[in-house]
Every structure is written in C-alpha cells, then in structure tokens.
Design a protein. Structure first.
Length: 169
C-alpha cells in the first residue's frame, strides 16, 4: 500500500505492507506453493542417463486437497501441497527426459525441475499428462500427480523415461 503523510508542507510517500489477519485458533495460513523440500510420499528415485529398465514406473494415488493455481502455465488440478509424490534425482547425459502419467481418470502433472521452475501439463496423451525436457539438467525433480476433478485419490502410474513419446515402442 502507498501511504501519504504531510509533514511541514512536504508530502512523504511510504510503501507499506498490508496487514494479514492471523487465522483463528492459532492455525497457520495455507502455504502458497507446494512444499518441494518435504520428503516424498511414495519414492525417491535415483537415475543416471541411460538407465534400464526404461520406463521406470512408480504406482501412486493421484490427487489432493489443494487446487494448483498460479504456479506457471498449464498448471491445474488438485494435489497435496504438503509433500511431493515422487522425488527424482537425475544425472543427465545426452538423452531427453520424459515424465508422464497413465491413469483411468483425468490426471495432471506438476513438477518443480532441477532449476526450480514449475512445469505443469494436463492432457498430453488423451487425459494423461506428460512433460518432455529435451536437454534436462542434473539435479532434483519434485513431482506431484494431481486429479483434474477434486475428490477421492485415484490410482495412477508415474513413468520416467528417456524415450520421447513420438519414438515410443
């Protein structure tokens, strides 16, 4: 907020922060972004370029209680902000990195990449999301699998591959 105060004929301008109300009962306000620092719910996967078997698959329950909004382009759906579903520690080489989800319901994919960028997708292949990184960097990738509709968790398979979708066998 911009506040103006007149002192001895001069107008002084102050930039002030809005006062945020403290939630009742000592509860903390909901976090603004998913907690990428938390331990993952299902797995931490360590992979080096050229890994076998390809794809690597992890069974998860997609969905959560918070709607993804404002993280980046194409971000949508419902996830659990408290922790990632899967952490991928990836050592890059000369291959692309393809992260996708297969499920019987409309799912979304939310990822915080090794550079700290939020990348999301919905409906790359039918109702299944996927993210292709042509030149991935080495580092930690935090992955959430969401549902497009709010509700009960849904079974899903996270796939991590170095085979782009157009060349998949």
């Amino acid at each position: 907020m911009l506040k103006t105060v007149a002192v001895a004929g001069l107008s002084l301008f102050f930039l002030t922060a809005p006062v945020l109300a403290q939630p009742k009962g000592g509860q903390q306000a909901p976090q603004a972004t998913p907690d990428w620092r938390a331990q993952p719910r299902y797995a931490t996967v360590d992979l080096r370029a050229g890994f076998e078997p390809d794809p690597r698959e992890i069974q998860v329950e997609a969905g959560g209680d918070r709607e993804v909004q404002g993280l980046g382009p194409d971000c949508g759906g419902w996830i659990d902000f408290s922790k990632p579903d899967v952490d991928l520690n990836y050592t890059a080489g000369s291959y692309p990195l393809f992260i996708s989800v297969v499920a019987q319901t409309d799912t979304t994919l939310v990822m915080n990449d090794a550079a700290g960028n939020w990348i999301c997708n919905d409906d790359l292949d039918g109702l299944n999301p996927g993210i292709l990184i042509q030149n991935p960097r080495s580092g930690n990738y935090n992955i959430w699998i969401g549902t497009f509709e709010r509700g009960a968790p849904q079974r899903a398979t996270l796939r991590i591959s170095e085979i782009p979708p157009t060349t998949r066998r």
